[in-house]
Design a protein around this ligand. Sequence first.
Ligand code: GLU
Length: 290
Amino acid sequence: MTQSAKIITRFAPSPSGHLHLGHAYSAKLNYDFARKNGGMFILRIEDIDHLRCKLEYEKSIFEDLHWLGLSWPEPVRRQSEHFDDYQQALSKLREMNLLYPCFCTRKDIKKEIEESSRAPHMPPKMGPEGIIYPGICKKLTQKQIRQKIDDGVPHALRLDMDQALSMIKNPLYWTDLKTGKQKADPALLGDVVLARKDFPTSYHLSVVVDDHLQNITNIIRGQDLYYASHFHRLLQHLLGLKTPIYDHHPLLTTKDGNRLAKRDKSITIKSIRENGVKPDDLDALIQQYL
Ligand code: GLU
C-alpha cells in the first residue's frame, strides 16, 4: 500500500442470523475509521453458505446498518455471485500442488483424534482454536483418492500446510494496528479447508480474494480472527494478493463472560431498535458489553 492510497474499510457480515450489538460495534469502527481518514466504507455480504444464509437476514442487515446511520456504495458485493473468482484462486493453488481432497466426516476426525489421544507418543496437535486436522486424507494414495471420487464420496479441499510453508523462502509479516509488525505463523491453523464439501470455497479463501479485489486497505474485525489473519497472510502470499493492515477489536461479552452470539435474540440490532432505543444511545449500550 502506498502512503497516498485511499483508505478503504469493509464490514462483511454473513446473513446467517440477525446482527447483534457486537456487529454494530464492528461496523461502526470500520465506518468511523474510513470517515476519519477521508476514505471509503464498503459493505460486503458473505453468503457462500447457502444452507445457513437467508435473504430475510440479508434484508435485515441493510435495515440495521441504515438505522445505525451508515452508508456505502451500491451495488454491494454478494459472495454467492462470485464463485468464479474463488475457483480461479483454487486453480492457482491446485497448479502449485498445494491442495488435497479430504473425505473425512466430523465423526472420522473425532475418532482419529480420540485414538491418537490414547497414544502418548503421538498426541494430537493443538492449535489456538483447538486440535488441528490430523492429516488423515493426506496419507491417501492416488488410487484411493480416485476410488473415493469414483464412488461419489463428497470431499473438501485442504491446503497442504507443510508443502505451502516449504515454498516460502523468507518469513512473512503483517501489520496489526495496535501491536505492530507481526511475524505470520500460519501453521497454527493446520491444513485449513479452502473449499467445503457443500460449496466450492470457504470463508478463508473468499475473504482474502474479496479483500484484494475490493482494494481493502484496513481490516478492522474481532479479536477472534487474530489467528485467521496469520493464515490469511500466507494465502495472500501464495496467491499474489495485497496485504491490508489489520486491527482486531475486543469482542462484546455478557456479564458472565460469554461472547454475544446471533442466537441471543435480546441483543440483536433488530430487537434493540424495535424496543425504541435510539441509534445515538448505542455507544453507551455497547460500553456495557466491552
Ligand atoms: N463473514 C465473516 C463474519 O461474519 C467476516 C469476518 C471478517 O471480517 O473477516 O465473521
